[in-house]
Design a protein around this ligand. Structure first.
Ligand SMILES: [Zn+2]
Length: 247
């Protein structure tokens, strides 16, 4: 159930049955020669929506621009500074908490969001900690990276092994092709597996990883693999969401 397709009265009725909500968070950034710029936002949104359907939970609007400063050397990449993203997450959660949501489950599609999102949770908890007189219900936030679902991880290993890599992976590209089959662009990569390593800023990233990939071969992506990864991740994470919402 998508929040933006409900009326306020629907949401009020939902809150009598559950205090949990799923929030997809992704990024808008280059994903190698054949991956969509929206890959991380699409993956988080599609999996978040799948979990919402499986668990009967509301899914909030996707935060589709994340912390991606290191991708700015490639056209189409858009970033928020860490401090801006922290402010966005704080206001988003405070709005939900105002209406009684107490379990906010972030489904994340982008590794570069992890440190900033976790810092935003600490800011949210710090405000509650400083306010001794607060009579607001306590809000709990959780961040889950969809690709760390045990079932999805096992499947990625089985399908792609050493070609999975860490950016523009065949698993995430397959998932976007499953969501938008018309966007599938089969392609042979050269070299087949991209270089690995670390990076600092956008210029450093582009020097080290000229076509945008890190350690991956998204030439192996397919709609079929995307469907299998979707099913595995949703099953796993719906159970995790239900346990969190009931905690
Ligand atoms: Zn990605």
């Amino acid at each position: 159930m998508l929040l933006h397709l409900q009326t306020w009265a629907d949401v009020e009725a939902y809150l009598k049955t559950s205090r949990g909500i799923i929030v997809p968070i992704g990024s808008t950034e280059q994903h190698g020669p054949n991956g969509l710029v929206g890959t991380d936002a699409i993956c988080a949104e599609v999996i978040g929506k799948g979990i919402g359907e499986a668990a009967g939970a509301l899914v909030g609007p996707t935060i589709s621009v994340g912390m991606a400063q290191h991708h700015l050397g490639f056209p189409g990449s858009v970033t928020l500074r860490p401090t801006t993203l922290i402010a966005v997450i704080k206001d988003y959660v405070a709005s939900l908490a105002r209406h009684g949501f107490e379990r906010i489950y972030f489904i994340n599609g982008h590794g570069g969001n992890i440190a900033t999102t976790t810092a935003a949770f600490s800011e949210i908890y710090a405000e509650a900690s400083f306010d001794r007189a607060s009579n607001q219900p306590s809000v709990k936030c959780k961040l889950r990276n969809w690709w760390e679902s045990k079932a999805a991880q096992a499947l990625s290993r089985e399908l792609y092994g050493d070609s999975e890599g860490s950016h523009a992976t065949p698993s995430e590209v397959s998932l976007t092709w499953f969501a938008y089959p018309d966007a599938a662009r089969p392609m042979t990569m050269n070299p087949p597996i991209a270089p690995k390593g670390d990076f600092t800023d956008a210029a450093d990233y582009r020097r080290n990883f000229p076509d945008g990939r890190i350690g991956s071969n998204p030439g192996l992506s397919s709609v079929d693999a995307g469907k299998r990864i979707f099913d595995a991740a949703v099953k796993d994470l719906a159970a995790d969401y239900k346990a969190f919402a009931a905690s």
